[in-house]
Design a protein around this ligand. Sequence first.
Ligand SMILES: [Zn+2]
Ligand SMILES: [Zn+2]
Length: 274
Amino acid sequence: MEPSVTANRLSTKTYQLFSDYHSHPQGHRVQWYTQALLQPWADSARRSGLTDIAFTDHDRYHAGIDFDEIDRLRERNPDLRIRAGIELDNDPIHSAAGRNWIEKHWDKLDFVLGSVHFLTRADQMFDSVPDGAAQFEGRSIDAIYADYFRRVREIAATGLVDCLAHLDLIKIHGHRPGTGTGSLLSETLDFIHAQNLAIELSTAGWRKPVNELYPGDRIIELAIDKGISFTTASDAHSHAQLGDNFRSLAQKMANFGIRRVCIFEKHNRIQVPL
Ligand SMILES: [Zn+2]
Ligand SMILES: [Zn+2]
């Protein structure tokens, strides 16, 4: 099915997307949550027409997260919904501490993203650009895909995540699997559905060498068929990136006939019509 054909049939208008559920106020180091750090994110959300955002810093920087500062930010910005979240990954060194922290603060968190950034190397995320591409050299791409999606299912099985981030991040450097991966994807999505998890539509892929939304069209089609719901996400590492490329994302969603987006409050998933 060609998405542009469905576009004409299913929808004549695009949506105003209002929620961004993947953002990193701390960037790539521990920075304490303060109003000085967080207020620019609220300002940027407002400028982009967003009314519901989730902070989802990497779990290895959990020390910087301060729930009181998030409460203060909420009081100062009553027009916005600001969700306390975190991105838990499979970092072989740090994620055990991250899991403990999430368990301890589960009731204060609205939303937990699960993601896979590590394959066999413990010291380098495979999605480092461009260095991570070296991890693919001389290896079977199908085997790497199988290994990656096994790790996705492991994160999905932790019981500590609400939604999976950038589901096909493994394509980041442009490596494509053979035709034999269809069942791998289908089984992974079945598992995600059985775990009652959402997946995100992330514009970050459009900023990477692969230059494609996460996840790709085939996975979106399968997810729709299986009744999996979606969040919208930019994976912003700077406040200026909040809602990045959401116009294109809105068009894409209209093309697929996706008419609802989900938001989270204290881990409760709420479907909102667009
Ligand atoms: Zn990530
Ligand atoms: Zn992220």
